[in-house]
Design a protein around this ligand. Structure first.
Ligand SMILES: [Ca+2]
Length: 201
């Protein structure tokens, strides 16, 4: 079980996000380009990443590109799979919350455009492992939910999301159901899509 990131680590992630060049690439394009295979080895990822940057005329040092791979590769097995790529790209690439939510749903690629609670939970733990800010974690714990790891928080959040949003109770959430929950006033989209701005950490 992984612990939550420290403030210093979040600052590093924020810096890496800024220097990665990915902010200038719309999330749909980033996902279509980088997450088009079930998994990528480090050399495959770096080749695709370099091609993507080149197509946009963006210069990024190789060591930064390698750092991005290392950050995305949470389990350090030398390969980034879809469950690592989709959250990583949705955090790093540019776009509004609406565009990012749509891109994530499309990337999971179910024919009906719906995602399961397992996919939702895995997506959320990847996001929380990278970008959950101490401020937001404190806010969650102050509401009486004592969680100690990104996986725990992701599980509880996905459960709550499905209880509130899965109106058809079929174990799958459509894009419209998720959006209704995500953009409702009691939820903070910044929790799932941290902006890595000065005020976010
Ligand atoms: Ca991996």
């Amino acid at each position: 079980m992984q612990r939550f990131p420290e403030v210093a680590e979040l600052q590093q992630v924020k810096d890496l996000c800024c220097s990665s060049g990915l902010k200038q690439i719309p999330v749909q394009e980033g996902l279509a380009f980088l997450a088009n295979r079930p998994s990528l080895s480090k050399s495959q990822f770096l080749a695709s990443y370099a091609e993507l940057l080149q197509s946009k005329g963006i210069q990024v040092p190789l060591e930064v590109q390698e750092d991005v791979f290392d950050l995305f590769d949470h389990d350090r097995n030398g390969v980034v799979d879809m469950m690592e790529l989709i959250p990583g790209i949705s955090l790093f690439c540019g776009g509004t919350d609406e565009e990012k939510v749509q891109a994530v749903f499309r990337a999971y690629g179910n024919c009906d455009g719906a995602i399961s609670i397992a996919e939702m939970s895995a997506f959320m733990s990847s996001v929380f492992r990278v970008g959950l800010t101490p401020k937001l974690l404190a806010a969650i714990n102050s509401q009486g939910l004592q969680v100690e790891s990104p996986e725990e928080l992701a599980y509880f959040t996905a459960l709550e999301c499905f209880q509130e949003a899965d109106l058809t109770k079929d174990g799958h959430l459509t894009l419209d159901q998720f959006k209704a929950w995500f953009f409702s006033p009691q939820n903070d989209p910044a929790l799932f899509l941290p902006r890595f701005t000065e005020t976010a950490v």
